[in-house]
Design a protein around this ligand. Structure first.
Ligand SMILES: *Cc1c(COP(=O)(O)O)cnc(C)c1O
Length: 367
């Protein structure tokens, strides 16, 4: 049997395999029934992250979607609303969970290219105390957004605006540590930078199954009172888990070994973006942290995607393409990707007729 050719999987940073050392840490973890609060590895991880990010308490969750849901429902009750970006994960990509399961109304607002809602729009969206309206309770931000780290000044302004209106502020920080690495001050550790970002929020949800390379897991952080409410909601939505210390151990390992190295992923994304400069037929729309978005001319996006797939390079998107760097790709993989893309555009007879249907992608690239 010949060896499988290596696939360069740039679809998402969720595709990483747990490393041998991470698996060893998982195998060695002491565990207990976490619904009884008995799992020492989970308890230690919750304490560790709460303390590292400056919160009283934290709760381990299977997914970021459940973590955001429990966060929103811990802040908002039936008939309340949260203000959120039109394209934000917590509005558009979580099955409408807050509305479906919590009777919480989203108030989506337009975002700019960096994912920011205008402060004036936020202020105008807060409803007066009047029986016509849902009660506006919460502002949800997302950082990074499509790879963009939010400027600290915006976080500060948006959160103080929200608080001046009596709202709480939640961060969907699925890629918080990518934001932290990208926006840290000189000499600051990634964790200190993450804590600074978190200081503007009442609750933060962090994913470990993305750039940090754990197979599963997210954490909701907040005050003791908020996390106690979220704990009840997590049970209600089926997120009470048992000997889950094996998973918490993977996360603990990732926090020890995979945080600072996110800078390598960001450097690889830049290597890709720079290599794409000057290729006729595509433009780099955005290359921030570990995510590169590319616009392909003449409707050839799907053709390029198919060409890449045939050469062992996987990406997502149809019209615009998305490439995400992570733990399991290296510089040689990026150079191979660049060579394949160059070959596609120089290939004789490459059809430019865009036979491909212009299917609206509805943000297929959001995982
Ligand atoms: C991935 C992601 C989530 C949800 O995480 P899952 O673990 O896939 O449920 C939430 N928000 C953002 C911005 C994400 O990228």
């Amino acid at each position: 049997m010949s060896a499988q050719p290596k696939v360069v999987d740039l679809r998402s940073d969720t595709v990483t395999q747990p490393t041998a050392a991470m698996r060893a840490a998982m195998a060695a973890a002491p565990v207990g029934d976490d619904v009884f609060g008995d799992d020492p590895t989970v308890n230690a991880l919750q304490e560790r992250l709460a303390q590292a990010l400056g919160f009283e308490s934290a709760l381990f969750m299977p997914t970021g979607t459940q973590s955001n849901l429990c966060g929103i429902l811990a802040h908002c009750g039936r008939g309340d609303e949260y203000i959120v970006g039109q394209l934000a994960h917590t509005y558009r990509f979580e099955g409408g969970g807050a509305a479906v399961l919590g009777s919480v109304q989203p108030q989506p607002l337009t975002q700019d290219a960096g994912g920011q809602m205008a402060l004036a729009d936020i202020a105008a969206a807060v409803k007066p105390d009047d029986c016509h309206f849902a009660r506006t309770r919460l502002l949800c931000l997302e950082n990074t957004w499509n790879g963009h780290p939010m400027p600290e000044e915006y976080l500060q302004q948006a959160s103080s605006l929200a608080r001046s209106k009596g709202l709480a502020v939640h961060l969907d920080g699925a890629r918080l540590f990518n934001a932290a690495v990208a926006s840290r001050q000189a000499g600051e550790t990634a964790t200190a930078s993450a804590k600074r970002i978190c200081s503007y929020f009442d609750s933060v949800s962090v994913c470990f199954s993305k750039g940090l390379g754990a197979p599963i897991g997210s954490m909701l952080c907040g005050s003791r009172e908020l996390i106690a409410r979220a704990h009840r909601i997590r049970k209600m939505v089926g997120g009470g888990m048992r000997q889950v210390g094996v998973l918490a151990a993977a996360v603990d390992y990732a926090l020890d070994h995979h945080v600072e190295r996110l800078a390598d992923d960001h450097a690889l994304a830049q290597r890709l973006a720079q290599g794409l400069q000057g290729i006729d037929g595509l433009t780099v729309r955005s290359a921030q942290t570990n995510i590169v978005f590319v616009d392909v001319a003449d409707g050839r996006g799907a053709d390029l995607l198919a060409h890449l797939k045939a050469h062992g390079v996987w990406a997502t998107g149809l019209i615009g393409l998305r490439f995400v760097t992570h733990l399991d790709v290296d510089a040689a993989d990026i150079d191979h990707t660049l060579a394949c893309i160059r070959a596609f555009f120089t290939q004789a007879g490459a059809s430019a007729d865009g036979a491909v249907a212009h299917r609206a992608s509805h943000g297929a690239a959001v995982y």
